[in-house]
Design a protein around this ligand. Structure first.
Ligand SMILES: [Zn+2]
Length: 623
């Protein structure tokens, strides 16, 4: 096993790849097929446009994954390592026959990330990662396009490197695993790898392996999820009849059966009826809901208790969108506080409560926060509380309490939320103190400085200027957050300093961040100041590095001056790398939207993909 990086970056590279031997061991054990090649190398490149590339036994990784020991608290970069390593089996040992079968490469490699999540973080982390992938796919489906996973029609190969191939592909494997059970599912994967190795593959090869190795007919599953498009949309309700002691569940599939979407999906949904006594789940009973030909379920079950809440699709075994509109806040709150295994159901409940913004929703969120819940649920509650405009004193108090949370991801969410509490004295004091005294995590510290932009004062401004001077951090995340907050003051005195930081010779991430800040600052200045900001950003648009070009484009979006559109369009033609191109495209679309309502995102016009939420430093999904 070997690793290559630029001189001086050895420790930073080590932090990314240090678990590679364990990962190989994990995949060999799980897949039942040894790592296929005599050696494995990983090479870090500067200004590499994509995240990674799985050349056979010689994976290339982008510089942005490199990080120091302090950043390692927040970020490991391991999911990209797992993804590219997974490709050595799925993509290199066997390779999809044409672009339309891309999910056989990317969906499987993306699922290898989930396997690693389960290995290192257990069931909770596995579910969190799966839930994130599901939402990324649904976002693409709703805002950009819908297509069958396996397809013969595509306009160009770029079209199949989408969240269908990656995220939905991984979800399909997750569902198949839950449907078949672990032993049977991994037996099928082993059969597929062993019989198809060294050959180009199509979906039918995988189906055949599943059927031969397990004896199950999975035609309907593949017809719906791979050859068909979309996913089921559910509404449900339940009731309990005291006299008969029976619980009743009603479910309906409401999706439109256009665009190759099945009218009825056959996957059963598992639900639980739960009772809470003395702060614990005292009763829990499972029901498997099977759909009739009309896509409906009406089933009842004998219960010897009155349920307090029901958890729908407990283990997130179906890729779906479920309406929670019929479920009262009190029940969602109990689910959030007590559901013992359904992490995804809890995350969805928190989001729904945040969207409702009612006093009952607020009470439910705060009550759940008092229970010992996993970090991703605490984080989701913070994100939900952030939705409340003009939050009450008790809500701000809960956010302030969370800045001392043991998990840095929850602390970061707390500062994000506090940054929305402009004008609240207690919030401002907490944010100022954390910014002043710092945090073990550089991302938490950066988030505190970001929030400080909402609480302007003479002291806060002084603190920002001092931090820009002396707070070093990985990829300058702290300095960049300070620059953005300082820019919000709209002070012409800061212009020269910010422009100087955009110039060559500094770290590219600092330069990109300074460009972004320049856009915020310039928009607040008079014509002369604005003109200076514009000139500096146009200069940086011609930089040779993709990171700076992206920053300059974002800065120009901040200035909101449509006269730069021809420049941006010309730069898009010459730009290299997916990352810079993605930013340029989205800035062009945003500026056009502002001038004449053109270029609205629609299903027919693919927009650049949203940043991958899994990896904080990842600006585009990995290859
Ligand atoms: Zn890939």
């Amino acid at each position: 096993m070997s690793y290559f990086c630029h001189r001086g970056e050895e420790r930073l590279a080590y932090n990314v790849v240090r678990n590679t031997p364990k990962m190989i061991e994990c995949f060999e054990k799980t897949l039942g097929v040894p790592y296929p090649y005599a050696k494995y190398s990983q090479i870090f490149l500067h200004d590499f446009g994509a995240g990674g590339m799985e050349n056979t036994s010689a994976t290339v990784l982008a510089r942005r994954f490199l990080h120091d020991d302090r950043a390692h608290i927040d970020f490991s970069g391991e999911y990209v390592v797992a993804h590219e390593l997974g490709h050595q089996w799925f993509g290199d040992l066997l390779t999809c026959r044409d672009w339309g079968q891309m999910w056989l490469n990317e969906g499987f490699a993306t699922y290898c990330e989930c396997l690693w999540a389960g290995e290192t973080g257990g069931w909770e982390e596995y579910q969190r990662v799966i839930h994130g992938k599901m939402n990324q796919y649904i976002d693409e489906d709703r805002n950009q396009h819908r297509r069958p996973l396996s397809t013969n029609t595509y306009r160009g190969y770029g079209q199949v490197f989408d969240a269908h191939s990656y995220q939905k592909g991984a979800m399909v494997l997750h569902m198949l695993r839950r449907l078949l059970g672990d032993d049977t599912f991994f037996r099928a994967l082993k059969h597929y790898l062993e019989t198809c190795c060294g050959t180009p593959v199509v979906t039918a090869d995988f189906v055949k392996s599943v059927e031969v190795s397990t004896g199950y007919n999975v035609d309907r599953f593949f017809d719906e999820w791979v050859y068909g498009a979309g996913y089921p949309e559910f509404t449900y309700s339940w009731s309990y009849d005291e006299a008969s002691g029976r619980g009743t569940l009603e479910v309906e599939q409401t999706q439109n059966d256009d665009n190759d979407t099945p009218k009825v999906f056959g996957m059963p949904v598992f639900v639980t009826f739960n009772r809470v006594t003395d702060g614990e789940i005292s009763e829990r009973k499972w029901l498997s809901a099977r759909f009739d030909d009309a896509g409906k379920v009406s089933e009842s079950i004998e219960l010897d208790f009155r349920p307090d809440f029901m958890t729908f699709d407990v283990n997130n075994e179906v890729l779906d969108v479920t309406s929670l509109a019929n479920i009262p806040e009190g029940e969602l709150g109990l689910l959030l506080a007590y559901e013992p295994s359904g992490i995804a159901a809890c995350l969805d409940a928190a989001e729904e409560l945040g969207n409702r913004k009612t006093p009952e929703a607020q009470a439910a969120l705060l009550a759940a926060l008092d229970r010992p819940r996993p970090w991703m649920i605490r984080e989701a509650i913070m994100n939900a509380l952030m939705q409340f405009e003009k939050p009450e004193r008790v809500v701000v108090a809960a956010m302030i309490k969370a800045v001392d949370d043991a998990d840095p991801r929850v602390r970061r969410a707390a500062f994000r939320a506090l940054g929305e509490c402009e004008g609240n004295e207690a919030a401002g004091k907490t944010v100022f103190e954390k910014a002043q005294f710092g945090d073990a995590s550089c991302l938490v510290e950066a988030q505190a400085f970001e929030a400080l932009g909402a609480f302007q004062s003479k002291d806060a401004r002084k603190l920002l200027l001092e931090a820009i001077d002396d707070r070093d951090s990985y990829h300058d995340v702290i300095r960049v957050a300070c620059l953005r907050s300082l820019a919000k003051y709209g002070n012409a005195e800061d212009l020269e300093m910010v422009v100087a930081l955009t110039r060559p010779g500094k770290d590219e991430y600092l330069r990109a961040g300074a460009c972004e800040a320049l856009g915020i600052l310039g928009a607040k200045l008079d014509n002369a100041g604005r003109g200076k900001a514009l000139d500096a950003l146009i200069d940086m648009l011609e930089d040779s590095g993709g990171v700076v070009v992206g920053g300059a484009a974002t800065g120009l979006e901040g200035l909101n001056d449509p006269s730069v559109l021809p420049l941006l369009e010309a730069r898009l033609k010459t730009a290299k790398g997916k990352q810079a191109k993605g930013v340029l495209k989205s800035v062009i679309a945003a500026l056009k939207r502002d001038v004449g309502g053109e270029d609205k995102p629609s299903r027919d016009k693919p927009e650049p993909k949203p940043a991958d939420k899994e990896e904080d430093f990842v600006l585009t999904p990995v290859e």
